[in-house]
Design a protein around this ligand. Structure first.
Ligand code: MN
Ligand code: MN
Length: 308
């Protein structure tokens, strides 16, 4: 096994997986003994990208042992990381999320920038270190940016992300819009997914004051395809709430064509979640127009409400 494991968050998304592979490529070119791994099954969108650029799916690691050296990409919150992370030696973090509950015993390289995607930071790092970006790595970074920015429609997307993506599309030799839409559609297939898959595919845990919440998101091109299964969804979500002692489970169904979200909220504090958006729930649901970004449009208002 390699000396240092590089990985992103649990319930891996395209940025998490591609950034681990791309950063691993750089580290190995520089002679380091690293390996890119993932913390769980990759999703359909990521699978589409890896197949398109003919890259192997990284090995799944679910736990690390004491003293394991690790590099974290696309996350820094411990509850979103690997089991055993508190005993690991974190060598580096490359991330674009808020910093929460982060503490280490030894110095490290910590790089966080408020950009739309970890891969955009990695592109800068390649350039700073004078390393050429090959077609494959360009394709992976591009996929990550398209995914995190929902093809530049998310408010998290910055001009830097857009310029980086255009640059990377040229290197990879692909049509950005065409490839991007095909990739997002591959990940927005909600019809063939089980209820558990729907709520797990992009679920993240957040600790807000003394409350633990899960905020899960799924992209779709047909919202009804998901909300038609509300009854089954609620049964499974109630189980999650009791298994994980959650104050609320927030399930965000984002339509990538209209850029609106339909949100199902369950749990003791569900009304508190709704009031964060100035809403009240109807049949446990609320509509959030123009909301596509969990990071920028969903987590901040809920955090503020729970810190009141
Ligand atoms: Mn991510
Ligand atoms: Mn990301």
């Amino acid at each position: 096994m390699s000396e240092v494991l590089i990985f992103g968050h649990k319930n891996p998304d395209t940025d998490t997986v591609c950034s681990a592979i791309v950063y691993n490529n750089l580290k190995r070119l520089q002679g380091m003994d690293t390996e890119a791994v993932v913390l769980g099954e990759i999703n359909d969108e990521t699978r589409y990208s890896l197949e398109y650029f003919r890259v192997d799916v990284p090995r799944i690691v679910t736990e690390v042992t004491e003293g394991q050296k690790v590099i974290l990409v696309d996350h820094n919150e411990m509850q979103q990381s690997v089991v055993g992370i508190e005993k690991a030696v974190i060598k580096e973090v490359i991330d674009h999320h808020k910093i929460a509950n982060f503490e280490t015993a030894v110095p490290l390289y910590f790089r966080a920038e408020p950009l739309g995607c970890t891969a955009t930071i990695l592109k800068k790092i390649y350039e700073e270190q004078g390393v050429d970006i090959n077609k494959t790595m360009a394709g992976l970074m591009l996929s990550a940016i398209i995914s995190d920015s929902l093809l530049f429609k998310s408010p998290t997307c910055t001009l830097r992300d857009k310029i980086a993506a255009e640059d990377l599309a040229k290197i990879a030799g692909i049509n950005l819009e065409e490839y991007g839409l095909a990739m997002l559609k591959a990940g927005a297939n909600t019809k063939d997914k089980t209820i558990k898959e729907l709520i797990d595919v992009d679920a993240k845990e957040f600790i807000l004051n003394n409350d633990k919440l899960v905020i899960a998101q799924i992209n779709t091109i047909d919202t009804k395809e998901v909300t038609d299964r509300q009854k089954e969804l609620e049964e499974t979500i109630y189980q999650e709430i009791s298994n994980k002692s959650l104050s609320a489970f927030v399930f965000v169904v984002t339509n990538i064509l209209t850029s609106d979200s339909e949100v199902l909220v369950l749990g003791d504090k569900k009304e508190k979640v709704a009031s964060a958006f100035g809403k009240s729930l109807e049949n446990n649901l609320m509509t959030l127009k123009g909301v596509v970004s969990r990071k920028k449009q969903v987590v901040p208002p809920i955090t503020e409400e729970f810190n009141k």
